[in-house]
Design a protein around this ligand. Sequence first.
Ligand SMILES: Nc1ncnc2c1ncn2[C@@H]1O[C@H](COP(=O)(O)OP(=O)(O)OP(=O)(O)O)[C@@H](O)[C@H]1O
Ligand SMILES: O=P(O)(O)O[C@@H]1[C@H](O)[C@H](O)[C@@H](OP(=O)(O)O)[C@H](OP(=O)(O)O)[C@H]1O
Length: 364
Amino acid sequence: MDQVINTARSTQSCSTSVLCESIGVYARDPPPIYYAFNREGIRSFLDFAGSVANYLFLAMLKIPDNQVAGHQAGNGKLGPLVDGLGRFYKPLQSDERGTNEEAFYSSLSSNTRIPGHICRFFPVFHGTQLLEASDGSGLFPHLVLQDLVSSRLNPSIMDIKIGARTWPAQASEDYIAKCLERDRETTSVSLGFLITGFQMYGSKESGFWKPHKKFFHGFSTDDVRLVLRKFVSSNASGDFDVDPDCAFASIVYGGSNGILAQLLDLKAWFEDQTLFHFYSCSVLLIYEKELALDGSSSGAEVKLVDFAHVVDGKGVIDHNFLGGLCSLIKFISEILTTPDKCQTEVRIQDSENNPFSSGNGADG
Ligand SMILES: Nc1ncnc2c1ncn2[C@@H]1O[C@H](COP(=O)(O)OP(=O)(O)OP(=O)(O)O)[C@@H](O)[C@H]1O
Ligand SMILES: O=P(O)(O)O[C@@H]1[C@H](O)[C@H](O)[C@@H](OP(=O)(O)O)[C@H](OP(=O)(O)O)[C@H]1O
């Protein structure tokens, strides 16, 4: 059992749920039948049961199907794993990035000044755990996080790195130079955010449209605008000659629980909070096309991930994140307020038989 060392701490906090104890529970909660053994017997049985549980757990871990950006496992590389039961295991990144991200999650977990409606934007943190690394290098510390999409059926997901500047002032000169070059060459500087990856669900037959990260290099403002429209379209594909119909714009981006409303909620917090500065952090936009087609709700959700470069806010507003967020909000608002570019959506909403025209499209 103890081959996998769970260093998780119990926390209250931004995590309303009770945390940690992930693996030990298999061995620590034996059914009464085990007490038929004498003490030694019990111990060896529990060791055995623990090893089996551990073995089964390790066998269950796999490369996430729904990861859209960032470092990826596979081909001998170090990357995140999921257990299919709701947990996402992100290896601690090298140098100070890993320890920084772990420290952020710990401080978030114990910080009572973060309101509950803001906590929901962050994955629940379940501590750190040593696991066999995906690159085969042996035991390696991983952050144990809530898997944000494990309960989703065919989720459409977009990862958007927020901020014109992706580096904290205390970073090394080399790191700043690397980031500056990337930020200037991409929409980070021009728009205050950068689309780093996505997957868009088409249908059972076509599956997902999930471009390689090279696809995003050299994205212009118009590309960004187009992709944000495609993300909520029933005809999304890599064919840039096909006009996106924005069929799901109102149910995904709009409404009282839609993505725009959630982004505005987050913005209101950023107008106030001076606890952290979130450099190079991403907003994830998530929804389910099949739910949107049902018309009742799209399961639209905004989440925040990647805190390797978060620093102490020292009582100062995070203008960099706030600016990027406002810019993203403007792009999404425009999609909702320019129906001429979303002809099909207007046609669908006008139709009597259409689920989106019933007024319940408010739920995003
Ligand atoms: N808690 C989570 N649950 C589900 N998916 C997640 C979670 N955290 C991250 N992901 C997925 O993994 C991707 C990369 O996450 P993250 O940005 O944390 O990785 P990274 O390797 O630090 O990225 P970078 O290349 O920017 O350093 C996200 O785009 C998302 O698809
Ligand atoms: O988007 P790409 O082309 O995959 O490039 C990666 C991206 O810029 C990441 O943000 C960066 O991690 P950090 O933000 O943590 O620096 C990573 O650096 P790395 O390769 O040094 O990990 C790059 O490889």
